[in-house]
Write a protein that binds this ligand. Structure first.
Ligand SMILES: [Zn+2]
Length: 103
């Protein structure tokens, strides 16, 4: 059974900004043709978005100390996943292995 809250990156129009690793344009579902700007690095890597939900709900919940995000942030994070595992994780592992051999 599929989770109605699940966000599949395939259902969304998402593009990484040229020359940026963690900044995206994610298509709006409620307003076709519009896109939202997502910066995953903001808010200590919790991400920021310029959609209404972020401004009126997510931001308020975060200021109250809750963990919250909009679907555009989830989609952008999902869009990074393959690259993080294929390119970034090996770099981290290599660095940690080098640190361990220096001791
Ligand atoms: Zn959003």
């Amino acid at each position: 059974m599929s989770n109605p809250d699940a966000t599949s990156v395939n259902d969304w129009k998402v593009e990484r900004l040229e020359g940026e690793y963690f900044r995206f344009r994610v298509g709006s579902k409620s307003r076709p043709g519009r896109t939202h700007f997502v910066d995953l690095e903001e808010d200590k890597w919790s991400g920021r978005c310029d959609c209404e939900r972020f401004v009126f709900v997510v931001g308020v919940e975060r200021r109250a100390g809750k963990k919250a995000e909009c679907r555009h942030i989830r989609v952008a994070r999902e869009a990074c996943k393959d690259w993080l595992w294929s390119d970034v994780a090996p770099m981290i592992a290599k660095q940690m292995n080098q640190k361990n051999t220096i001791q």
